[in-house]
Write a new protein. Structure first.
Length: 222
């Protein structure tokens, strides 16, 4: 039997990571944080001093990216070339760099196989922008999670504050809008709900409610 794949796509800050982790936990399935791969690539480019428009420098980096994901008692850890970058990849600067790199078609192509390798038995919850449209078009259940830009900025603010980072909500809102603009309008794999995806608007919902809706939908598909 093939591994089940459930996809969770949507704009940044809608709560995809939290929802995906809860679903992976509930079903005891694997979890793919595809954004983390783009973020790790961004850090690798910065480390290796490769310019963001240097496609011929970025492509081999994407192909040979030495990254491992592991679940530990300290949560999900991301290791790049032997170094724990789990916290570094979460900064706004890295997110913005990742989103610029992610607009390059050759880079997206180079990362496809690596992402598909996460589809392992018994199942996978894949979190990203194009999981249901491009990476796992055959997924058994697809979810598109949205929320207003204002509420996403507010949540990001609380997350960053909890991590001790000092930021302004207005800056976060501008950053989210810039990232939405890039993710929605890029030529390759733009952010769009997959056909037959269940759309959930989490603006006025708590995470427990979002989880219940998503789980009931998945249960009806598997
Ligand atoms: O989801 P996260 O904010 O970690 O992703 C960082 C950036 O990587 C996003 O702004 C988006 O541009 C890009 N990304 C993507 N496709 C994915 C996941 C992330 O283009 N599947």
């Amino acid at each position: 039997r093939k591994a089940y794949v459930v996809t969770v796509d949507g704009p940044s800050g809608a709560g995809k990571g939290t929802l995906s982790n809860m679903l992976a936990d509930a079903y005891k399935w694997h979890f793919l944080d595809s954004g983390a791969i783009y973020r790790v690539l961004a850090i690798a480019a910065i480390h290796h001093k490769i310019a963001l428009d240097d496609i011929h420098g970025l492509q081999p980096l994407a192909n040979g990216l030495d990254v491992t994901f592991s679940v530990t008692d300290k949560g999900n850890r991301v290791i790049l070339e032997g170094e724990d970058v789990s916290d570094d990849i979460r900064s706004e600067e890295v997110g913005s760099t990742a989103s610029q790199i992610a607009s390059i078609p050759m880079i997206r192509e180079a990362l496809l196989k690596r992402q598909r390798a996460f589809a392992q038995l018994p199942g996978l919850v894949a979190d990203g922008r194009d999981m249901g449209t491009v990476v796992f078009p055959e997924a058994v259940a697809k979810i598109f999670l949205t929320a207003s830009a204002q509420s996403r900025a507010q949540r990001r603010y609380e997350q960053l504050k909890a991590m001790g980072q000092d930021v302004k909500i207005a800056c976060l809102l501008m950053d989210i809008q810039a990232r939405d603009e890039r993710d929605l309008n890029r030529a390759t794999a733009p952010l769009v709900a997959a056909k037959y995806a269940l759309e959930i608007d989490s603006t006025a919902l708590g995470i427990a409610q979002v989880f219940e809706i998503a789980k009931a939908f998945i249960d009806s598909k598997i």
